[in-house]
Write a protein that binds this ligand. Sequence first.
Ligand code: ARG
Length: 474
Amino acid sequence: MKMWSGRFREPLDGTFERWQRSFPFDWRLLPQELAASVAHARTIAAAGILTPVELRSIESGLAIIEKKAKSGGTEWLKSNEVAEDIHHFVEMTLTDEIGPLALKLHTGRSRNEQIATDMRLFVRDEIDATLTGLSNWATALIDLAETAGDAVMPSYTHLQRAEPVLVAHWLLVYVEMTLRDSSRLLDARKRMNFCPLGSGAIAGATLKLDRNIASAALGFDAPTSNSMDATSDRDFLLEFVQTLTQIGLHISRFAEELTLYSTAEFGFLDLPEAFSTGSSAMPQKKNPDLTELARGKSARLLGASTTLATLIKGLPLAYNKDLQEGQEPVFDAADTMRGLLSVLPGFTHALKFRFDLMSSAAQTGFLNAMAAATYLVHKGVAFRKAHEKIGNAVRYALDKGCELGDLSLDELRQFGEEFGEDFFAGITLAATVDCHDVIGGTAVGRVKSAIGSARKRIDMMKKARAAGGTQVHV
Ligand code: ARG
């Protein structure tokens, strides 16, 4: 029986009925629906709507449904072709288990507040899972940075060689991104952790319910403050999916760099075979499918963000059925992120760089020109002038087909009398790296402490998560 058939004389059109059902996808909210139902049953029992015996019977009926779902798996759930949505499904199955008492459970509540509650519980779990996944990936990146030691690579601006940096310094960029993303998730979690139960269909429950009971039982910080807002607010979905999109964009940059660096043209790394695929046509191929697919997944996340934003745009208050369309993009984005974060740590740990090739690439193409200009600055030359003098020397070396370090002192002195014998020590690879000795710079000592600090910040983030997402600045 429908949850709303009283005022209707005609049956629903069969095609329309099938088309409007959300059960084919919201069945996965069963754990959340059951938890929220137990919390609501306790609230209405406290208000005298259920006797203690009735409450116990409802609770045990809900527990049986949970058990059945565990043993029957998703097949048992999906085989139900009648339920309109997860709320209807639980009501029907509970009626099968405990009889008409089940119908009392819907006293003082509406599906509008139920779906808002279920989705909050779902998103909260997914935020926690994403935080765990991100910290695993960050740890793999830090481990890899530690293994890279003092190895050097070129850095790029405009995809043209810029200055040498430590490989570790480059890898830690992605750790910074995961830390910012984790902070976004913790922040979003705190903002959404309020309980809609008791908001009714729109104006608030028609019974005098103590909303704190359900809120506390479900681990929320407090009941929501406005019933119209609570039943129509989907900011938390948008914020969650937008944060996943941001993470996806970060992953896509990592994926793109590795795809590029694994080409013969760069040759900076050998793709781990366990994470690569071959070509059915070209026998020699080893393709970077993992990084390509990871890069592609960000498109899908961005699509989910766009769907949600468009869904909410201009939607009048309060609940509208349009909101049902917000569930699938959230499920898809959450699954996509779980998938990404399941493969990234293993892939990252398996990466093997060609440090020799990275280092020689860092020593050709005048990557020490900035360090050379800085040498002249230390000799009292204004940077503007130093830039010009080194520019002239670079032009000269280019014509000669050599690097700055290959020029003789006499040749260098054509461009400035400040050049001395100590110039050559100032532009070696090690000196070129180490002259960036500032907070956040690539000097060896700075990167070493950056690795330590990154580990500490990841730990702080894990602690914040364990504390239930209390926001800390990481
Ligand atoms: N399946 C619906 C959804 O996901 C549940 C809420 C239905 N409320 C209603 N008034 N029809 O949005």
